[in-house]
Design a protein around this ligand. Structure first.
Ligand code: ADP
Ligand code: MG
Length: 321
């Protein structure tokens, strides 16, 4: 307890090498807590604060020492887990597969072919998270990073109506940014922290996570550069999920896997970088009679599982209406 209190009293200005002007620059860059300095990358800190690399290194080290970070006792983790909320999808079978819904504090990746329903799931979550907690929501606002220009307010209105929410208010609670290229997308994720700090936003959607990266880095020679940038982006998203107990939902495309004779001949873009950063991975595909199949591919606390659901006029559902 005493330690927690101590932490509150220390600020960025208490770090070695941080005078008022550096503190101001850091604050302007959104690096205004010890934790933010402790988890900042060296390069980022140098660029934002203008200090030398060796000073930046000392700042990060000092922030880490002051924060007493690194190991946490298991009871603290349990306490954190108790803050985890689950956002319901609208389909009971899908919720079941997800262990109750989309978790806050984690990244969930939905991947699948064009038209498999990834954007529909994103829209549905953006509506459902606004519902009261006892109805499977989180009374939260939404940040939506749209890279393919597929966000449709009309679709939100349809879903809000079905959910019994006020359409106008539901739209007002969603902050959308169009990302024009991968750098812009990365910047938007970083800037999202300004909104997250208000505590009003518990859902961040990136639809699509990989489209820009895929289009901009073509050819073998650019693959490692792409993976490096994607890795950095995933780290930003992980930090957001963890620091703000935010549900981060990203969509991802699949590509044809050459030389596959057995099993599914497709695989998600981004490889290990995306796959290993996501806590949950869901493979979406079209099923029989207009249904969608959601398969939980990766998860720390659930067995592999899949279910069938429908994308209907009112949104995700267990029945085709
Ligand atoms: P992805 O993002 O994976 O490419 P989408 O989420 O955009 O796929 O899915 C598009 C599909 O969702 C459409 O082909 C259609 O089947 C279904 N869909 C979209 N809007 C509606 C609606 N209002 N009513 C019923 N189905 C819809
Ligand atoms: Mg889409």
């Amino acid at each position: 307890m005493a330690k927690a209190k101590e932490q509150k009293e220390l600020t960025v200005s208490d770090l070695p090498g941080v005078g008022p002007s550096t503190a101001e620059k850091l604050a302007a860059a959104g690096i205004d807590t010890l934790l933010a300095v402790a988890v900042a990358s060296l390069g980022n800190l140098v660029t934002e604060s203008g200090v030398s690399e060796s000073v930046a290194r000392k700042m990060i080290q000092a922030a880490r020492d002051m924060m007493d970070m690194g190991f946490e006792t298991a009871d603290t983790i349990l306490e954190k887990r108790q803050n985890v909320s689950k956002i319901k999808t609208g389909s009971e079978t899908f919720d079941e597969v997800m262990g109750g819904g989309f978790e806050t504090g984690a990244i969930t990746e939905c991947y699948g072919e064009f038209g498999s329903g990834k954007t529909q799931v994103g829209h549905q979550l953006a509506v459902n998270v606004q519902k009261p907690i006892d109805q499977g929501g989180y009374e939260s606002k939404v940040i939506y990073i749209d890279t393919e220009n597929t966000f449709r307010p009309e679709r939100i209105l349809q879903m809000a109506k079905k959910a019994g929410l006020d359409g106008d208010q539901t739209l007002k609670n969603i902050k959308i940014a169009r990302a024009y290229n991968s750098d812009h997308q990365m910047l938007l994720a970083e800037k999202a922290e300004d909104l997250l700090k208000t505590g009003e936003y518990k859902l961040l959607i990136v639809d699509s996570l990989t489209a820009h990266f895929r289009a901009e880095f073509i050819g073998r020679g650019t693959l490692s550069e792409r993976q490096q940038k994607l890795n950095k982006h995933m780290h930003t998203l992980l930090k957001i999920a963890d620091m703000y107990n935010c549900c981060v939902m990203v969509t991802n495309q699949v590509m044809a896997k050459p030389n596959v004779m057995f099993g599914d001949p497709t695989q998600a873009i981004g490889g290990h970088v995306v796959g290993h950063s996501s806590t949950f991975r869901i493979y979406l595909r079209k099923g029989k009679k207009g249904s969608r199949v959601a398969k939980l591919v990766d998860s720390p606390n659930l067995p592999e599982n899949e279910c069938m659901m429908f994308v209907t006029e009112g949104g995700l559902s267990d029945k085709d209406e």
